[in-house]
Design a protein around this ligand. Structure first.
Ligand code: NAP
Length: 258
């Protein structure tokens, strides 16, 4: 229970990686703000956290809208005084070769994945600076380190998240605040299910064949589990992780060696 007394806000906490991070941070003792657009999902996760005996607050949040971010963080400040740990997990993915990547798709991905991360970071920092303690964990991707076909907008957004992480980490380095990123390969969630379905519809592959395409992308020949990302998230949130700052840590089974 090393996070007892801490408040953690997880964006995109209603399902997938965000849900696992919210539950793992609660098991480590934190009280949790579960924030995303789909009210039914965040309420369900909040109930799961309360069943673990930890306080939870479900908040509707759209990270692509500044007013929504400002309102959500105000509600956290009003209820619990602000957050100590921020997990910037909200994100979307869509595939298109660069020649067919529309302005709309580019803007939507940038707005949610990159600008949304920037907005939440800015909204969380005043409390962290006032308390002289904080942890910001940005869920990026190995697509933030290496390119791949059909994902130029997504890869650009995640490369941006890594640049933001590294630079912002230096701004707060003397304030007991750390900012790090986690870079997973394909994780078994709705997002990777969507990627599998896209492969099926574009190539006529079977479900097993399409899944195997994603599995072959790592030397471990598997998809990763949300709990593996949650484990690293809790580790980076720990007081003992104080020296880890501005890093981008892969969970990819050795696919990307940097
Ligand atoms: P997911 O199952 O689709 O969940 C995404 C979460 O983000 C949902 O809770 C969604 O909730 C929320 N979200 C999306 N747009 C939002 C917005 N505008 N404002 C607030 N919340 C928003 O995806 P996931 O696989 O768990 O992905 C989580 C993060 O991990 C993403 O940043 C993704 O890029 C990254 N990642 C995933 C994989 C993978 O293979 N799954 C690999 C590497 C990195 P609402 O739609 O209800 O808002």
């Amino acid at each position: 229970m090393e996070l007892l007394g801490k408040t953690a806000l997880v964006t995109g906490g209603g399902r997938g990686i965000g849900r696992s991070c919210a539950l793992a941070l609660a098991r480590a003792g934190a009280q949790i703000v579960v924030a995303a657009r789909t009210i039914t999902e965040i309420q369900e996760v909040a109930k799961e956290i309360e069943a673990l005996g930890r306080p939870a607050l479900a908040l509707t949040l759209d990270v692509s809208k500044l007013e929504s971010v400002e309102l959500a963080f105000k509600q956290v400040t009003d209820k619990w005084g602000g957050c100590d740990i921020l997990v910037n997990n909200a994100g979307i993915a869509a595939s298109a070769p660069i020649a067919k990547c529309s302005e709309e798709l580019w803007s939507e991905i940038m707005e949610i994945n990159l600008t949304g991360t920037f907005r939440c970071m800015k909204a969380a920092l005043p409390t962290m600076l006032a308390r002289n303690w904080g942890r910001i964990i940005n869920i990026a991707s190995i697509a933030g380190k290496a390119g791949a076909p059909y994902i130029s907008a997504y890869a650009a957004s995640k490369h941006g998240v890594l640049g933001l992480t590294k630079a912002a980490a230096q701004d707060v380095a003397t304030k007991n605040i750390t900012i790090n990123a986690i870079c997973p390969g394909y994780v078994e969630t709705d997002m990777s299910e969507k990627a599998i379905n896209t492969i099926i519809s574009k190539t006529g592959a079977s479900k097993e064949q399409a899944r195997s395409v994603l599995e072959q992308m790592t030397p471990q020949r598997r998809l990763f589990q949300p709990e593996e990302v949650a484990f690293l998230t809790v580790s980076l949130a720990s007081p003992l992780a104080a020296g880890i700052n501005g890093q981008a840590i892969n969970i990819c089974g050795g696919a990307v060696p940097y």
